[in-house]
Design a protein around this ligand. Structure first.
Ligand SMILES: *[C@@H]1O[C@H](CO)[C@@H](O)[C@H](O)[C@H]1NC(C)=O
Ligand SMILES: *[C@@H]1O[C@H](CO)[C@@H](O)[C@H](O)[C@H]1NC(C)=O
Length: 398
């Protein structure tokens, strides 16, 4: 994971300068976020008994964000959704190296508590150490290394406030903090949002991620069993003891157009020794497939694109077209045991601006298959940790 994420900042700078360079009239990010989110939050709080949190794009950074309120009185911050991270991490006021304009002014919160070294939660965190009596953690996230205080404060996502929520208050970031807003940890570990809100949300949540080009908060994070779709196909949620925080699923095949691509089963196998297998992840942007799977999918894709000329590569992508492409693009389907993810062009092609370049937005991975956020856009993904299953259905939310 760390390895694949580390590639992203480089790729993204490249791709986003391509994808958005023509788009001169962009509305300032924050004002749009405020307008749209205020509306949605007002609406969602009217729907009694449901905890729906609007999801928007973290543009210009290519992640998906929600608005969260932290502290007393509450301060509103954007946080990126990350199903592969347990610990929620927030850039705190005074942070050295954080790029975020908005930081959490912890000194203004009457309910903020830095955690003591002796606290059990401090011991649960890898690489924790003490600064005086304060619990400090050092970790790498994507391309950055982070130093954070483990702390507690209230957090409110929809209408419910979780009191004494454990999170990392980021003090220092070396290398670009990706995502710049901080992270809402939706993993399976004991310090994740899902574990810390178990009595409230019963280990169940779902999301529909809108397009990362979307300017409105049209996606939703639904917390708890109420308001979840009834007609949805499930695939078993698997666990790999090597990486217990990650959501593993059983990928059994990949179709390009109607054709089931010939991929050796070993490319899908779960391996307890090295963490191999297939995960669903909202914190990685582009899908990675282990080399034999990627090569087979890419070759079938290229074959179906036929007469179009392939340019060598762009960033980390090796299948790019310089002429406009359209109808001839095949669909693509990831087939899981019991469910499938049917993808449209928007889920696997990244477009350049007018006259630009279009690339197959996937690449080879040395170890693990990662079904990433772009591939999940405009689908509802339902995580039911109690019954160990993941639901997948198409849903337009951008
Ligand atoms: C935060 O939690 C405390 C209890 O620890 C509670 O008294 C207070 O009202 C909460 N504040 C908010 C803004 O929810
Ligand atoms: C953790 O990060 C802090 C702040 O950058 C640094 O002072 C400390 O030496 C680091 N500790 C470890 C164990 O790396």
């Amino acid at each position: 994971m760390e390895l694949t994420r580390r590639l992203q900042p480089l790729l993204l700078v490249l791709l986003f300068s391509v994808a958005y360079s023509d788009n001169g009239a962009r509305t300032p990010l924050l004002s749009v976020l405020q307008m749209q989110a205020d509306d949605h939050i007002r609406f969602s709080s009217l729907v009694a008994g449901r905890s729906f949190v609007p999801i928007g794009s973290g543009r210009p950074s290519p992640n998906h964000v929600v608005k969260a309120k932290i502290g007393t009185p509450a301060q509103t911050l954007l946080m990126a959704l990350d199903t592969s991270t347990d610990m929620t991490m927030v850039p705190c006021t005074g942070c050295i190296g954080c790029s975020s304009a908005a930081t959490f002014a912890f000194a203004k919160s009457t309910t903020f508590k830095p955690l003591n070294c002796a606290a059990a939660q401090c011991k649960q965190v890898q690489n924790s150490n003490c600064l005086g009596t304060v619990c400090l953690m050092n970790m790498t996230y994507g391309a950055s290394s982070i130093a954070a205080n483990l702390a507690q404060d209230n957090i409110t996502l929809a209408t419910d406030s979780i009191h004494g929520y454990y999170f990392g208050c980021i003090q220092k970031a070396v290398g670009a903090l990706v995502p710049p807003q901080g992270v809402l940890g939706l993993g399976r570990g004991s310090l994740s949002l899902i574990s810390q809100s178990k009595s409230l949300y019963k280990s169940t949540f779902s999301y529909c991620l809108p397009s990362i080009k979307s300017t409105s908060f049209s996606g939703t994070l639904r917390l708890g069993p109420n308001g979840q779709p009834k007609n949805i196909k499930y695939t078993p949620l698997l666990t790999n003891p090597r990486r217990p925080s990650l959501y593993y699923v059983k990928l059994i095949g990949i179709k390009v157009g109607p054709k089931l691509v010939n991929i050796p089963p070993s490319a899908f196998a779960l391996d307890k020794n090295n963490g191999a297998g297939t995960i669903i992840d909202s914190g990685t942007v582009f899908t990675r497939l282990v080399t034999p799977a990627y090569t087979a999918v890419r070759d079938e894709f290229r074959r179906r694109m036929g007469r179009h000329s392939v340019v060598s590569s762009l960033g980390g992508f090796d299948t790019c077209y310089t002429i406009p492409i359209g109808k001839q693009v095949p669909t693509m389907t990831f087939m899981f045991e019991g469910a499938e993810l049917s993808m449209k062009q928007e889920n696997f092609l990244i477009y350049g601006s007018a006259g630009g370049i279009t690339c197959l937005a996937m690449s080879a991975s040395p170890s693990m298959n990662v079904i990433a956020s772009m591939q999940q856009q405009n689908h509802r993904i339902l995580f039911d940790l109690k019954n160990l299953k993941i639901g997948i259905s198409a849903e337009r939310c951008s």
